[in-house]
Design a protein around this ligand. Sequence first.
Ligand code: MN
Length: 715
Amino acid sequence: MKSKENYTIDDLIKIVEKYQSDSKYLEKIKKTYIFASNCHKGQFRKSGEEYISHPLHVAIILTEIYADTETIMAALLHDVIEDCDVEKEEIEEKFGKEVANLVYGVSKLGRINFSTENEYLIDYYKKIIVGMSEDVRVIIIKLADRLHNMRTLWALPEEKQKKIAKETLEILAPLAHHLGIHKIKSELEDLSLRYLKSDIFYDIAEKLNKTKVERDNTVNEMLKYVTNMLTEHGIAHEIKGRAKSIYSIYNKLNKGRKFSDIYDLLALRILVHTEQECYLALGIIHSKFKPIPKRFKDYIAMPKPNMYQSLHTTVFGIDGYLFEIQIRTYEMDEIAENGIASHWAYKEHKDASILMQNTTEQKLQFFKSIIELNEDKMSSEDFVNSVKDEVLNNNIYCFTPKGDIIELPQDATPIDFAYKVHTRVGETMVGAIVNNSIVPLDYKLKNNDIVKINTSKSSKGPSREWVNIVKSTQTRNKIRAFFTKSEKEVYIERGKDSLEKELRKRKIAYDDFYTQKNQEFLLKNLKISSLEELYLEIGNGKYSSSMVVNLLFKKEEAPSEPIKKVPTKSKDADILVSGIDKVKVHLANCCNPIPGDSIIGYITKGNGINVHRTTCHNLEVLENRNVDVHWSDTTTDKYMTTILIHCNTRENKLIEMFQKINMLDSGIDKFITMNRGDDTVYELDLYIRNLEHLEKVFTELNKLSYVTKVERLIK
Ligand code: MN
């Protein structure tokens, strides 16, 4: 975000006019400005400017995320209650209830009583929670307010600078992050660092400056290259080189990375029009530039909890430089930059503010966590610790076997994971498997762990011991609650949870389900007398929630069609064996190597050389029997390899998957279908040209909404 020193109301009107041209609204904003500027008349900021310049700048910051008229008006008025003794009623009379509520909300946030640090934090967090649950726009105005105050922080004495910068870094920046408003978050962080650790800040800034020309040249060259490739394939796009924020570099240095490693990392962002083009662009880039396997992240298929979507990959680019590339659609980019506020950017969203509030409540795990914390009757100290640990600190992200992301505090255990998925899962858990290994219940989870919780219907509930093991205060409270509640209450709660989870899973709105008519239908058909009894019967296992939902909402069955087989013939491999000319070579059928795989040979007794992938667990490592082998540069044949596709549905999806595979010029030799609970796993033998080809197949399959994982199989 760029800032100008002196804006006038005319500047503001001109900017708003670009996205909100209705003169009715522009008039309202002008009228509000005149009122606010009269209220603040004679007041000056520490920087020497007239006070009104502050609310005006706050309004300008909000125009950068296309804030609606009420929000702009409230921004102009945000300090009049506090600093000019204007009553809420007067604002309501002059500018309407909506604006008055926003201004009042922001004012309440500002009034914080310092005593002990704990009390201060409790006060602050609680106000944020109230603000968010009433109208998330209050928080957005607060963030813009803080951003302008940070931009003008130089005017304050050093001690105050440090205090405000610390508060910004600890509370406001994480808040902006969780709301997904990256623009504001990133500037808040950089500004905070500048005042908290100014020597480090300027050191990084200087180093960045020194290497700028060289980095810019390399980025521009790569940019041209990629643009040509994408244009050749008919993909309309825009590419931006992007600067890393000073704070993000500082963070990486703090984690022990070297300066040179970070500067070497150059970054590009590619914007395209459709999701499909994202994957196409990725494929095109990977076909030319080798990716670093572990650095590829598909946040399109698996969005981050703050709604962020994008593909990330790191490739060896031109001149051997590493390039971090992000690929996303324009809409994803809008969400990545503005998060929750991106609703404003879309004109067709008439009730953007209502949508924003709904999104806040539905989508943001962070928001849910604070609301839950506030509802739990916990002590003040627990409350502060919870918010600090679980909401604002560096959280870790783990996955369910289906690929859902679960956000947890640092050092969380599988028990915390289970409870976060669902209280019922926690209460019936008997063990946990992390990345395919059984782990003890006090195991400390790490980022990106895939966690499978084993549950048993005969489990009698959590153990009292767990209270001492778990990390999250919420989990602890839930476990304690289990022991204080009667069994019936537990069942009712479980049943309700289970039913609502099923509704969310099936994307049925609660309102559509809980209509008067539906309730009467259920009670009559299941011969029960109340909703509570229904929950009880689900909770104790008499009815399953999916069966109850099915009574009202039929599942759609996919039609079954005959399946086309595509036989392709496979020949002996074009594999070169070091130092030997003619030798019989077999590709091992346990790991089925394909060109591009790293391979190794094993000399058999009288039957030539068996070629395995170097990662194959069947490979016998015997020094005098192993021989170096590699693929010839000119392999043209297709090779058979076995993959597993995990789907989170039991519906037959083979046809759609086969079509995808056929379109990519791969063939299927045979397949096996395995049902595992609600999931289906297909084992497919595919004919594949090389690793690149296989990666394309994986990318296409991963795009299917029901595919949770695709992997190669080593038998
Ligand atoms: Mn202010």
